[in-house]
Design a protein around this ligand. Structure first.
Ligand code: TRP
Ligand code: SF4
Length: 402
């Protein structure tokens, strides 16, 4: 009933690094070519954990927008916006809070995990408990059905599906449903209307699957029914309520292959990152000083690439020939580690060149970035409003006359 729509967000809590590029952004780049995409800066989500450093959020938001644009997210294909500039996220968050059992929030695994991990922060707040519900509102307010996220976010998506099911169950009954059904069946004509009712009864009372199939194909051949009419009769047939908020699917982003400088996953918390817009000298220095096979102490000692984080970089960045050269040279002490690292430095800088070029353009033209985001905010507000109208009506606060 609703068209495919992709939505994803990132919290503006610091500069993006190559892990984000390989893990998330490259995926966005391919999605934007296939689907309607909405990508947003989750500044309210940042505040749930960073409420004590409000001074950095705004700058981070702009930097993140530039990082996305620099990586190739195309404002002509995707809508880029800032969460707090679309108040409907907050409105839906509030409305959903009415029907969200506390226990569901307390049971989301990230709630306890993060509280235990981030001990330096007081996260016993209402806002932090509500984090997944705000995320649900982000998704449901656009009726987005495809949400690309990493594995760590999967529980939040599962939670969102539960919230949408509960919402549809409670509010999916139209007040004048029975009357509308009678009217709609009449449109089918006396004979077919009667047949529909008979088939429905057979399915509802005896679980007759054949009757269900026949009734469905009967509806499909009815030319004179509107989309709404048809959807209503399908719903009545199966005894389900109307879908106001569709359940979103998780588009699981494969774990990033990007290793950090120490061989662990690249992550800000490990201090092993290379920034997306980091300058060339600094990148070269980081690679030159990164650890290698600890057993290879002297140049004359042969090494084992399997024990070396540099080898992981070659896996990601090097051609078969170069990898062959590394393997050969390392295991026979034919090459030195600095020599081995050179092609990695080269490849990272080559990958980065077009990113830096685009970044420069936007850094030099902040008005352009602002324009892109403002257009995105406006578009997002419009789309969100379409859903909110249905939601307010379903909740009995539509006030259609004012
Ligand atoms: N919680 C997500 C993260 O930390 C960010 C996020 C907020 C998000 N709202 C979202 C992701 C909606 C996808 C959809 O990565
Ligand atoms: Fe690692 Fe390359 Fe040195 Fe071998 S030669 S230990 S692969 S950096």
């Amino acid at each position: 009933m609703f068209a495919d729509r992709v939505l994803s967000g990132m919290r503006p809590t610091g500069n993006l690094h190559l892990g984000h590029y390989h893990g998330v952004l490259k995926n966005w780049l391919s999605l934007q070519q296939k689907y309607e995409c909405l990508f947003f800066v989750a500044d309210w989500h940042a505040l749930t954990t960073h409420y004590d450093s409000p001074q950095i959020i705004e700058q981070n938001s702009w930097d993140m927008a530039i990082d996305w644009l620099a990586a190739g997210v195309d404002p002509a294909q995707a809508t880029l916006f800032i969460q707090s500039k679309v108040p409907a996220h907050a409105e839906l968050y509030l409305l959903l809070s009415m029907i969200t059992p506390l226990g569901w929030l307390e049971r989301v695994p990230t709630y306890k995990d993060q509280q235990e991990k981030l001990t330096e922060k007081d996260l016993s707040t209402y806002g932090f408990l509500g984090y997944p519900l705000l995320q649900s509102a982000d998704i449901l307010v656009y009726r987005a059905n495809l949400v690309p996220v990493g594995e760590d976010q999967a529980p939040h998506l599962e939670f969102t599906r539960e919230v949408s099911r509960r919402f549809n169950h409670i509010f999916g009954k139209e007040p004048d449903f029975a009357e509308k059904i009678t009217q709609t069946i009449k449109k089918m004509g006396a004979k077919k209307g009667k047949l529909y009712n008979e088939l429905r009864n057979r399915y509802q009372e005896q679980g007759d699957e054949q009757a269900l199939r026949e009734a469905k194909s009967l509806l499909e051949t009815q030319q004179n029914l509107s989309m709404d009419d048809r959807e209503r009769l399908f719903g009545y047939l199966e005894g389900r309520s109307r879908v106001i908020l569709p359940e979103p699917q998780t588009l699981l982003t494969k774990a990033s292959k990007m290793p950090g400088l120490d061989g662990q996953k690249m992550s800000k918390s490990y201090g092993n990152t290379i920034g997306l817009r980091e300058d060339a000298d600094s990148i070269a220095k980081k690679i030159r000083t990164m650890p290698t096979d600890p057993a290879r102490v002297r140049r004359s000692d042969p090494g084992n690439p399997e024990k070396c984080p540099v080898w992981q970089f070659h896996q990601l960045y090097s051609s078969a020939d170069t990898k062959q050269w590394v393997w050969e040279g390392c295991t026979t002490a034919g090459i030195g580690c600095l020599e081995c690292k050179q092609p990695v430095i080269q490849s990272i800088l080559e990958e980065q060149a077009p990113i830096l070029e685009r970044a420069k353009m936007y850094e030099n033209d902040p008005a352009q970035v602002k324009k892109i985001i403002m257009a995105g905010n406006e578009k997002a507000n419009q789309l969100a409003e379409e859903t909110m109208r249905d939601i307010r009506l379903a909740l009995g606060i539509g006030y259609p006359t004012i």
